[in-house]
Design a protein around this ligand. Structure first.
Ligand code: PMP
Length: 285
């Protein structure tokens, strides 16, 4: 695989980052994941805009322009012959050499940028979309700025492991009795025909897929309510689903052992998945 690191395209085994990089020592970095279908990037503009916001919130400099970033994405897709898959991008604050809690001066120490691709043949035909996934709930003990897409993913990884240990697919995180989001996705329930998902704030990541799905739902005259919901409300909902750049819209059929509806993917989730895939393929670049 050919990867990109600080201006160079290299075989992955030749790509190097300093052990003093603050991304490695302090999780001082941000990332984005953009899906690829038929060789094209889904919602690159949305991911680029969120990246700029994450960087600005952390006073981190961007080593490339957004036009350059798009060109790097495309170059990697071509070099690695990616049809379906994803591009991972990470920017970390670099390092002045020694380990130090204070940020280095960005005029002196450039941030590091790394991109790589992962091929995922048949990404849009994930069989899990036919059966739906099962989730457990776990306490949300992450930091308070979940709206910044940082590489601090230890707790979400632990959440996935708790789910795995419980024999299910994923975990929804809960704070003060309300569901925040999934370990790597936004969470939704459906009551009647109404789609309910937590309002934006610092408690959740502002999903690029979330924004697109809510827009498509409203355009299709579906009712959307952005508010917090409890685990009990979720367990007695008609349907549930998650969204993320790589899972698209994925039905959830069980929460903490309670089956939703008849235990099969709900009609709203199935329809939204179709709309999302159709529309995002159309606007892919
Ligand atoms: N919430 C969290 C915590 C995530 O990690 C992700 C995926 N990166 C999402 C939501 C979904 O965001 P997106 O639709 O932009 O992939």
């Amino acid at each position: 695989r050919i990867v990109y690191v600080n201006g160079s395209y290299l075989p992955e085994e030749d790509a190097k980052i300093s052990i003093f990089d603050r991304g490695f020592l302090m999780a001082d970095g941000v990332y984005e994941v953009t899906s690829v279908l038929d060789g094209k990037l889904l919602d690159f503009g949305g991911h680029a805009a969120r990246l700029e916001r994450s960087l600005a919130e952390l006073d981190m400099a961007c080593p490339v322009t957004m036009d350059e970033l798009l060109a790097i994405h495309r170059e990697l897709l071509e070099k690695n012959a990616i049809i379906d898959g994803m591009v991972y991008l990470q920017i970390t604050r670099g390092s002045a050499g020694d380990r130090d809690f204070a940020f280095p001066d960005p005029a002196v120490v450039p941030s590091s940028i790394v991109l790589f691709t992962q091929a995922k043949p048949g990404l849009a035909d994930n069989p899990a979309a036919k059966t739906g996934i099962r989730v457990i709930t776990v306490p949300d003990i992450r930091w308070g700025r979940r709206d910044i897409k940082t590489v601090q993913l230890l707790y979400p990884s632990m959440g996935k492991m708790m789910a795995k240990k419980a024999g299910v697919d994923d975990a929804w995180m809960v704070e003060d009795g309300f569901v925040t989001e999934g370990t790597s996705n936004n969470a939704y329930i459906v009551k009647g025909n109404k789609i309910i998902t937590r309002q934006l704030g610092t408690e959740i990541l502002h999903g690029i897929t979330r924004a697109a799905v809510l827009r498509f739902a409203r355009e299709a005259q579906m009712e959307v309510e952005e508010r917090s919901f409890t685990v009990d409300e979720a367990k007695t909902a008609d349907e549930a689903f998650i969204t993320s750049a790589s899972a698209f819209v994925m039905p959830v059929v069980e929460i903490d052992g309670a089956a939703l509806g008849n235990g099969a993917p709900g009609k709203v989730a199935v329809r939204l998945r179709e709309i999302y895939l159709d529309e995002s393929r159309k606007s892919a670049i």
